[in-house]
Design a protein around this ligand. Sequence first.
Ligand code: ZN
Length: 457
Amino acid sequence: MKITFLGATGTVTGSCYLLETSGLKILIDFGLYQEENEDNSEISFNPKEIDAVLLTHSHIDHVGRIPLLFKKGFKGKVYCTNQTKELAVIMLKDSANIQERATELENESRIKAGLDKKEPLYNTEDVEISLSYFYPIPFNKKESFKNIIFEFIEAGHILGAASILVDVKENTYHETICFSGDLGNSGNLLLDPPKFNGECDYLVMESTYGNRVHEDVKLRSEKLGDILLDIYNNKEIGIIPTFSLGRTQNIILELKKLLKTDKYRALNSLPIYIDSPLGMKATTIYENNKEALKNNLVNDSNLFHLDNAHFLEELKETFTVIRSDNPKLIISSSGMCNGGKIMFYLKEFLKSNLTNIIFIGYQAENTLGRKILEKNTSVFINKKEYKVNAKIHKINGYSAHADQTDLINFVTNLKKSPDIIFITHGENDSREILKEKLAEKGYRNIILPEKNKQIQM
Ligand SMILES: [Zn+2]
């Protein structure tokens, strides 16, 4: 078999691998790049030649270019778990809306400049077409497709997220390759840790936090609780940029836990606004799939209910919250501040030293979130400069991603050492450090593939 690393090499977005075996071409994920300088319309293979797609999960950097694949002539099945299909519906429709709106805006200035109009990367119709080809498979069920057998195994990252074990039969022998997908943080409040502990000849693994160990569960709660208590006591503003899918639901659960403790009981009077239409839809899907969450949550009928939290639906409510009195806590998307409702709050509140931006998720290079996190004194939003006087906080423990310890455990829990480990989905520094750590444990054959690198196995 042959594998080509088409995305998420030295970066964390744009996940895509091409697996080729005798006469068969399979894509694993086809995600959007979220860095500002990447071109999502560029496809380096012929979509008509792809036989099927296997999806690890529904985050947009893994599923976000699937409609483009159909638009360019792909006609095969997209295999994924049941929950990934449900979530992909809302993620892809939201993405199409963003593409359409962005293109509309761009076209206004193109027309003024006498240029031809551009088409969006894909539209809602392309999304509807692609969704009709999604083919859900339950976790842990072996599925055959021509000369491969594959299986989705819980990865604990977000609802429906899977590692994919692919058994490839070529002539008289067969080999196995595991795509870890994004691996969950062992401190995830909603999901069990990654479950794959079998054997594979080759392992393609993520390394988002290959260079870091998260704060432990108790420490992260206290850190968040203390920041929120300061905000409450000093009548300030808290803004948590959060990913709609996974992180929003985890943070609501964390707040519920905090508010029950004596130390943070005062926070029951802190108004909390959850302003993420996509986050609300995702929360409903989590509620409807409780059997896929941790056992202790299955019977909680008010899983995501908080007395002092308000879920905002209309844009006019966003402006009411902006004008409302302090203190207040706003939880809004997108998590890397590269679009979504959070932009309204940032434009209004970045300049104030009463503002606290609390980052709880990964900020990719070249995103607004990364620039704010790196304490730039001013940032540009839609070409306009905004001063940053806000206090910036960072809590690593809430990441949906495995940390260095979790990643190493994932590998050492395998029944046998893979012949080759490919480290992807991480910035180069993370990949290098994870490679060193695994080498210390005796794993010698480790490759950090560059973009478009092809490897024949
Ligand atoms: Zn993910």
